[in-house]
Design a protein around this ligand. Structure first.
Ligand SMILES: [Zn+2]
Length: 285
């Protein structure tokens, strides 16, 4: 970091202050992973959805069921949106998920919903890339820092009109699934979980970087649905995101989403989490 004319005499001392974790998450309600795993053991597949390269597709998962996203045929990154199936205004909140769990998520961590609901929407129960950890560049997989590739940023930076960015793919998939005009579907599309994407921030310039995903065909990320979910997954035009996105240049592969129903008895006493307990009076009456 370079000193500016305003640097105080104790600049180094101020920088040397040790950081504290913003949201110590040891008081977060713990997911009952042993229960989920018991329920998963006898689960049977009820649906599957193939996602074509540079396209997106929707899928529905009832509360208490599981869904698995698998890389098939070649290394491929997926952009995931989640909504409450019964109320689209409750949707995945990547910023708060990042604040609670960190820049990347894995087994035992949860995808949280937007205000005023702010409750777990899904819990990660299995991650075959959990071994990756954090590499020497500060990169890791399944990020909640990128937003989604979109045609507006491409237009801003290069004047392009590219139509198969994840934002547009998710917009078309949601419009088709709910039979909405594109303009009505688009505002529901939100910042994603970048499934299998390997990203981080450079230490010297603080810039968002991506690198070739370590995912290989057969790798998967599996979730327990805490509430009734509508999901949309885009097979990113960046492919494994080793070089570029927002174009038709990268090798791109399909992805697979599978839904599994648990045996009825295992979750007999389980209930979806309640919405957030804040009273919403915001200090007035
Ligand atoms: Zn993308």
């Amino acid at each position: 970091m370079t000193d500016t004319p305003f640097a105080p005499d104790d600049a180094q001392a101020r920088r040397a202050v040790r950081p504290v974790i913003c949201y110590p998450n040891d008081s977060l309600p713990e997911p009952d992973l042993p229960l989920y795993r018991r329920a998963r053991q006898g689960a049977v597949k009820t649906a599957e959805q193939r996602v074509d390269p540079r396209e997106a597709a929707c899928f529905e998962v009832p509360a208490g069921h599981f869904f698995r996203i698998t890389s098939i045929e070649g290394p491929q990154v997926g952009d995931l949106n989640l909504w409450n199936r019964n109320n689209l205004s409750e949707r995945f909140y990547s910023g708060k998920t990042r604040a609670l769990h960190g820049t990347h998520v894995s087994t035992g961590e949860r995808l949280w919903s937007s205000f005023p609901y702010m409750r777990p929407m899904a819990t990660i129960v299995e991650d075959t890339l959990g071994w990756y950890g954090i590499d020497e560049f500060g990169g890791s997989v399944h990020d909640v820092i990128g937003t989604r590739c979109d045609p507006y940023t491409g237009n801003l930076l290069s004047g392009s009109q590219y139509h198969h960015c994840c934002h547009s793919n998710l917009t078309r998939a949601l419009a088709d699934h709910l039979r909405l005009p594109l303009a009505e579907a688009e505002p529901h599309v939100h910042d994603v979980l970048n499934v299998f994407m390997c990203t981080g921030f450079t230490r010297d310039t603080g810039q968002y970087f991506m690198k070739a995903s370590p995912v290989r065909p057969g790798d998967y990320l599996e979730f327990f649905a805490e509430i009734d979910l509508l999901g949309a997954l885009s097979a990113c035009p960046g492919g494994d995101c080793s070089a570029e996105h927002s174009s038709d240049t990268a090798a791109c592969y399909p992805m697979l989403v599978e839904v599994f129903a648990p045996p009825t008895d295992e979750l007999a006493n389980w209930r979806p989490p309640a919405v957030n307990g804040y009273d919403r009076s915001h200090g007035r009456g």
